[in-house]
Design a protein around this ligand. Sequence first.
Ligand code: GLV
Length: 327
Amino acid sequence: MTKRILITREIPKNGLTLLREHGFEVDVCPGTTGDAPLSQEELLSHLRQNSYDGIISLLTDKIDATLMEAAPSVKIVANYAAGFNNIDLAEAKKRGIVATNTPGVSSLAVAEHAIALMLALTTRIVEADLFTKKGKYKGWSPMAFIGTDLSGKTLGLIGVGSIGIEVARIAAQGFAMKILYYDVVPNEKIEKDYHAQRITTVEEMLPQADVVSLHVPLLDSTHHLINAARLNMMKKSAFLVNTSRGPVVDENALVTALKERVIAGAALDVFEFEPELAPGLASLENVILTPHIASARDHARAEMARIAAQNIIDFFDGKKPQNQVNP
Ligand code: GLV
């Protein structure tokens, strides 16, 4: 019988084409709020309209017990994201629902975004752009917008999965940065290839780094990994970059630290209560904010669509999907 898949938002067409070529019926939620994620009510209402066999979900869709209850025919949730903290994996497993993700294919994009944020902080390019567009540029000044070099500085990586490894590569090979890393598992490859040095505690690493970049998944153990106490351990001249998940940083504590110049600046692509920003964050001068777009590149997104679709195809072909996250 034809299998029916719900894709909760428009994704690159190649994913849909692949599913349709394999005989799936595919519905894409049109949404009522432009490009914004579906509300939980909208999502539930879509799921109740048809008997779906699988879902391609976004990182903004909360795939919890209520949703699984509302869609008892769903056998696979293929997350269109590398992260999968939006899925209640234990609940899925209990109900025999397979969950998958799209790892690896967006790592380079996210790593480049992290490096772009580092450069934006050190070159003050965002402030300077705004200044120039506002017509404030009245002539060259020896003292205007003095930044700092990224090259030769010390980068502290927290988490060296596939994204952290790419950041280490670009930072070491492109900017001759000294790489320190904290991860629960040692990474011989970056130690050998980029002379990265493993630091066994976050506390030991923070005071040494000029830039701290976060690349951990969101887990109980990484929630508020960067808090007030740890911000206080960083150099006053240091920058914090977060392209991982918002709740890894205590955003209110970060606002206070930035206001009080405990650290020099921060750049965030993710937020603790996305899409809300912590009070005061947006009005700070020493912060750069992007709206969770680190993987928003044509190649990465097309690959994510392909992989999400392939996971569904494999599952209904009776194979174990390559990117199953709840074995
Ligand atoms: C993006 O945040 C992703 O998890 O792919």
